[in-house]
Write a protein of this length. Sequence first.
Length: 111
Amino acid sequence: MEILNQNKINKLADEIGQDNVPVLLEIFLGELAMYLDNLANKPDSEQEEYLKEISHALKSSAASFGAEALCACSMEIDAEAKSGTALNLEVEKARMVSLLEQTQQRYQQLV
């Protein structure tokens, strides 16, 4: 699965104007940085709830920006959380952190 779907970025640029894309990408990158920081620094007792929270939020923002792999991961974690399935916190957190970092690195190349 792609980290960055360039077609979605191009479509976004067509919809909002090319000049506005860098501004929105900076906001998106700021969100990714905040999520990474919080996942690294929140107490262990808050990690699972926070992972669920950001997964829910990232479903739409990652989709809007064409962050395909991050969106898919977020949708899976959110679905698990909503179904009441216990998360394998260590595995899911590591997967989320990895995708956040990969997405951040790839999108920084755009701005």
